[in-house]
Design a protein around this ligand. Structure first.
Ligand code: MN
Length: 269
């Protein structure tokens, strides 16, 4: 069993060290992670500058790129083999609801999933690394169970897991939840640079808006380890029919080339 580990907080972050230490006891693990913090880089790939891979003294490899770059480079030539599982994290802070769209932690896992490899993104609910040992143990337990029950090696899947910052014996069992939603982000923050220019800092993510029962926000508040299976298809399947009808109406209303009737129909739109 071979596991590729990545994250978005950078190869020196305590979360990836904890994940590596936890998973090395259950599989052959390799770390390929960003050199610097790449939180909120989603699935971004670096296309217009070269990527370099360096070895850290602890055996980790680090890349001057994004989380998705790391997994992409690892899977398309760097590793020389195909890992059975891609695991990302453990992130410094929650990736719940809309966070999953922006998250580099999820992006790294998603890159593995896009290559047909099962993948998991792990995050701690609060920033600051409190009870990181418990999060590591939780990750090991879940990965171990997935492997022993032969879920790794079958069809690929993508799991998003958030772990409350609690000691192991205070963590409630895994709850499978849907993603909640956040309110719109806080206002942008402005400052004046030493040269008199206005600087804009992206504000914090909004608070939970949909944290109803069944969501990751709700389960995390109750102290559960939250697990959400993700898919990548962004198609709005519920509204395919509506847009098909709308497109047909628009096409019918469009003036055909030449002819008064056509022009009249066209103006009626
Ligand atoms: Mn991060």
């Amino acid at each position: 069993m071979k596991i590729l580990i990545c994250n978005d907080d950078g190869f020196q972050a305590p979360g990836i060290v904890a994940l590596y230490e936890a998973l090395r006891t259950v599989a052959d693990v390799e770390v390929v992670a960003p050199e610097h913090n790449n939180s909120a880089k989603s699935n971004a790939l670096t296309l217009h500058s070269p990527l370099y891979v360096h070895h850290a003294s602890n055996g980790f490899r680090y890349v001057n790129g994004t989380p998705a770059d790391c997994v992409h480079v690892a899977l398309t030539g760097l590793l020389g083999y195909r890992p059975d599982l891609v695991v990302s994290g453990i992130n410094n802070g929650a990736n719940m609801g809309d966070d999953t769209i922006y998250s580099g932690t999820v992006g790294a896992a998603m890159e593995g999933y896009l290559f047909g490899i099962p993948a998991i993104a792990f995050s701690q609910v609060e920033k600051g690394w409190a009870h990181l040992d418990a999060a590591g143990a939780t990750a090991r337990q879940l990965v171990q169970q997935l492997i022993s029950q032969q879920h790794v090696g079958a069809a690929p899947w993508l799991l998003n897991v958030n772990i409350p910052n609690r000691p192991l014996d205070a963590l409630k069992p895994i709850k499978v939840c849907r993603l909640g939603r956040r309110h719109a982000a806080e206002r942008v923050i402005t400052q004046t640079s030493p040269r008199g220019e206005t600087m804009y800092w992206i504000g914090s993510a909004g608070a939970a808006k949909d944290d109803a029962e069944g969501t990751d926000f709700h389960a995390a508040l109750q102290g559960h380890v939250c697990l959400t299976p993700l898919k990548v298809d962004l198609t709005d399947h519920d509204h395919l029919g509506y847009w098909a009808q709308t497109a047909a109406r628009m096409a019918a209303g469009r003036a055909p080339a030449g002819g008064e009737a056509g022009r009249a129909a066209g103006t009626a739109v």
